[in-house]
Design a protein around this ligand. Sequence first.
Ligand code: GLN
Length: 195
Amino acid sequence: MKIGVLALQGAFIEHEKMLRTLGVEPVEVRLPSDLEGLDGLIIPGGESTTIGKLAVTYGLVEPLRQFAQTTPTWGTCAGMIFLAKDIGIDRQPILGLMDITVNRNAFGRQVDSFETDLPITVLDDVPFHMVFIRAPVVTGASDGVEILAKLTDGRIIAVQQGHLLATAFHPELTDDTRLHRYFLELVKSYSKKLA
Ligand code: GLN
């Protein structure tokens, strides 16, 4: 299985470490040609405006869009913003693939970073330790979007739409490998479907 990690900016090294822990050697994606032959892609957290600008500079926006249209892709935090169709009034390059509305920097200054433990529907019952860093939330999702996790106040923080996965928090900053394993399973089931 070949998994790429978009390595323009942000927490890509942490995702790579997580993948290595699970026995997968990641491919760093910086150029369109790096996408060739990948079975899945992770778009890390960081700063979505910077990731967007760099993706434009490296001619990656359209190749990434085409890739993620058909191949399992998981965006964490800024990666969630990058995958969304609607991010409100901000004008910044995004892939616009998931039928979700995302509110960037949804938590006020006082609590712009926090950690909490909550269950995720597609995992076992053990709550997941979630690290939020100037995180977005999903404020709207259309019918085809499955909601995987919510904060206790009901705000949506993890979603899946077919082969696309998005989480507002940073699983790569914990030592819980369950979501990475879930993504690898998703990749496996998709490559089987195509085979
Ligand atoms: N606030 C960042 C943004 O808007 C996302 C933060 C993160 O990825 N941890 O892109």
